[in-house]
Design a protein around this ligand. Structure first.
Ligand SMILES: [Zn+2]
Length: 160
């Protein structure tokens, strides 16, 4: 873990000159974690190898990226997103509440549709009530499933 160690040091050196809000906003802690994961995966993956270099370049020019200039900020966000996307797609690393969020959304959708169908075919006088109850029902269930999946990822160290 040579490179990510250097990356962490670079960030730690410069973090003193940054605003707390910026550190949080730019997700620097998360980026350091991502550099460690990328380095671990880089033994078998050329893209991860290149991504470690990308993060290293960011860590050397933090001040420049966080100067508040919209162009630099967008550049930073694009790099960040592409690295996260690669880890998700090729190596199955997910953000902390990835499945909870996705499954809650599916729960809402399922609730709306089933609530509508129930009221349409069975309880025609109770459309809003049917939709509301079905939505809450499915959101709660699917959210729980998402939470279990997120927990499993976290236990398997598959969080990026
Ligand atoms: Zn990779």
């Amino acid at each position: 873990m040579e490179e990510s160690k250097k990356i962490r040091e670079n960030f730690e050196l410069q973090v003193k000159n940054l605003y707390r809000g910026d550190i949080k906003f730019y997700q620097i802690e998360r980026l350091i974690t991502i550099s460690e994961i990328s380095e671990k995966e880089s033994t078998n993956c050329e893209i991860c190898k290149a991504n470690v270099e990308k993060i290293k370049e960011i860590s050397e020019n933090v001040k420049d990226y966080m100067s508040g200039h919209p162009k630099r900020r967008r550049e930073y966000e694009n790099k960040f997103d592409s690295i996260v996307h690669h880890l998700k797609k090729e190596h199955q690393y997910y953000s902390k509440e990835y499945f909870t969020t996705i499954y809650s959304f599916w729960g809402l959708l399922l609730g709306l549709i089933s609530g509508f169908l129930i009221s349409h075919f069975i309880l025609s006088a109770w459309m809003l009530e049917s939709i509301a109850i079905a939505s809450v029902f499915f959101i709660l269930i699917l959210r729980q499933i998402g939470k279990i999946k997120d927990k499993k990822n976290s236990e398997g160290n598959k969080i990026a």
